[in-house]
Design a protein around this ligand. Structure first.
Ligand SMILES: Nc1ncnc2c1ncn2[C@@H]1O[C@H](COP(=O)(O)OP(=O)(O)OP(=O)(O)O)[C@@H](O)[C@H]1O
Length: 575
């Protein structure tokens, strides 16, 4: 084992080992060398330069003395030879040559070349980049800066490399330092920055972390958006101007429409209009409730036109008709990524409505995520208002659903409900203010006659039917029915036969007192009494209930039922 060790190892290892004497004769050559150099069997004692004339390089080196390293190839293989002279007491005794397979080194060399190329490419990118690319280490020491730094900040790469970003920030080279912020936040940071040279930059700083999560590099890219920003501002100004004109036009049109169009005669509506006028004078948030088509939007517009805000925009946003993402963008603004959340918000409708009124129609249709953001804005407004007393957009919201039910069902945020429910106004359905029906019909008849250049009349019977119909779609339905009659009927006089069946059938159900001919008063009163009792009998199960509905006492009902010979069975049940 002992003997084996020294000789055999040298013989067997994958390294070449050759010893030459001072005359360059081969004294020893191991297995690896013999194989790789294709030696003939009798090689020991032969002259190295004669045996291997193709390895002249090595022969020549052996003549020059000191240790040398040579790179050479034989066929497809490449080798490195280290030539080491050996001597004793100053006299040269010969040379030792070590041979190594250089194929592995080839790989390393290739990789090194690839890195060199990559470095050249990166440097080129760095230097031609329009953005400033800024690389620092985990301690904030500047490692590299692209040449755009001179154009954007007025500092060359050599002014910055090697310096701490904390120091450069203090010196005011840039402020704030995005690297510092990334190192503090340990996360990506982006913001807008104006440089000392007046450039507007969009800065994005990204941490590069090692496997343990430690920041090893911070890479920042700062893009010059001065021109874009100027263009954007100009565009925004133009947009605002256009929006302003549009709103002005709209509100002018709306104003005249609203003033013309609020048709009413009922006491309920008179009181509601009075309330709307009072509400118009203050800034409180209004919640308009009522069935679809009752005129909530008309009232909202009336409130706006009655308010000191009437010169400012009245903006309507139907929360149910726009997809969620678009609704969010409409309300709070777009380009959140580009301009940052706060600026983004201000471009939305809240900014557009300025000191006007924002009408949020069908507020219950607003997705919960947007409701949350709206609450945030209302809180901000409230805070700003308390602080500065500054007047902001006034919010009028509407709902045709019962908001409390929506809150209970978890579809509407309770806090938003309280924010909005400051002044609730319920617009009653048309069937609860029948006095308004006739003026509305006559108004529409005139409107559509004019619009379609017709001269239609409605017969007394038709007017009567229409007044007795419950109008589940309220004023919107009434508009549609009158428009359809005016457009589709050829006869100049629209009579009952032209009225849709569903109207006639439903109108009959809620018949009021009808008089078709002159008759003695006593007889008429009796007829009405009988009809009323018949109707009440169908609807109520006891004479007590009937008495309540007809506003008399129960004994009167019993007596009258007897008088007119109407079922006495009911009376018995009632007792
Ligand atoms: N008092 C009124 N006089 C004349 N027209 C009216 C009146 N009230 C409402 N209208 C008209 O009826 C239609 C429906 O009104 P509006 O859109 O204001 O109802 P709404 O309650 O807001 O409906 P929705 O809940 O479906 O949005 C509109 O064309 C409106 O101009």
């Amino acid at each position: 084992m002992k003997d084996y060790a020294a000789n055999q190892i040298i013989e067997d290892i994958s390294l070449g080992f050759i010893i030459l004497d001072d005359k360059s004769r081969i004294l020893y050559i191991n297995q690896f060398s013999r194989e790789k150099l294709n030696c003939p069997p009798e090689v020991v004692g032969q002259s190295w330069p004669e045996m291997f004339p193709h390895l002249l390089e090595i022969s020549r080196l052996t003549e020059t003395g000191g240790p040398k390293t040579v790179y050479f190839t034989i066929g497809q293989e490449s080798f490195i030879a280290i030539i080491q002279p050996y001597s004793k007491s100053g006299a040269s005794l010969g040379y030792m040559i070590m041979l190594m397979d250089a194929s592995q080194l080839d790989e390393v060399t290739k990789e090194l070349d690839a890195y060199k190329n990559l470095h050249t490419d990166l440097k080129a990118i760095f230097d031609i980049s329009y953005d400033v690319i800024y690389v620092s280490d985990g301690n904030g020491i500047t490692l590299r800066v692209s040449s755009a730094s001179e154009r954007l900040w007025g500092y060359k790469e050599e002014d910055l490399v090697g310096k701490s970003v904390y120091h450069l920030e203090k010196e005011g080279v840039y402020s704030p330092s995005v690297t510092r912020m990334v190192l503090e936040k340990k996360d990506r940071v982006s913001f807008l920055q104006t440089t000392k040279t007046g450039r507007r930059l969009m800065v994005v700083g990204t941490p590069i972390k090692d496997e343990q999560g430690n920041i090893v590099r911070v890479v920042n890219a700062s893009r010059d958006i001065t021109e874009i920003s100027q263009l954007k501002n100009e565009l925004e100004e133009v947009k605002q101007l256009t929006e302003g004109y549009k709103q002005e036009l709209m509100s002018l049109r709306k104003k005249s429409e609203a003033e013309k169009k609020i048709i009413y005669r009922s006491e309920k509506m008179r009181r509601l209009i009075e309330l709307a006028q009072k509400v118009g004078e203050v800034d409180s948030t209004v919640l308009l409730l009522g069935e679809s088509g009752v005129g909530k939007e008309v009232i909202a517009s009336y409130i706006h036109n009655w308010s000191p805000r009437k010169q400012n925009p009245f903006i309507i946003l139907n929360c149910g008709s726009i997809p969620e993402k678009l609704l969010e963008a409409e309300l709070f603004g777009q380009d959140l990524d580009l301009v940052g959340e706060r600026e983004g918000r201000q471009i939305g409708l809240f900014k557009k409505a300025k000191e006007g009124t924002l009408y949020l129609d069908e507020i219950t249709e607003m997705p919960l995520s947007i409701q949350a953001k709206l609450v945030g804005i209302l809180e901000e407004y409230d805070f700003a208002n308390q602080r500065t007393g500054e007047s902001r957009v006034r919010i009028v919201a509407s709902s045709s659903k019962n908001l409390e039910d929506e809150v209970k069902a978890g579809r509407f945020r309770e806090d938003l409900y309280y924010w909005l429910n400051v002044i609730p106004i319920t617009v009653p359905p048309l069937r609860e203010r029948k006095d308004d029906i006739l003026p509305l019909i006559l108004y529409d008849l005139e409107l559509y006659n004019k619009k379609y250049k017709k001269n239609k009349q409605l017969s007394a019977n038709v007017l009567e039917k229409l007044q007795h119909y419950p109008w589940p779609g309220n004023i919107r339905e009434l508009h549609n029915v009158i428009e359809r009659l005016v457009v589709t009927i050829d006869d100049p006089m629209i009579s009952l036969k032209h009225v849709p069946e569903y109207i006639k059938n439903n109108a009959a159900e809620i018949k009021d007192v009808e008089v078709h001919r002159l008759l003695p008063l006593k007889e008429a009163v009796e007829k009405v009494e009988r009809d009323l009792l018949e109707m009440a009998k169908v609807r109520y199960i006891s004479t007590t209930r009937m008495a309540e509905a007809l506003g008399v006492n129960q004994s009167t009902i019993s007596r009258k039922l007897q008088q007119y010979g109407i079922s006495s069975q009911l009376e018995k049940e009632a007792h």
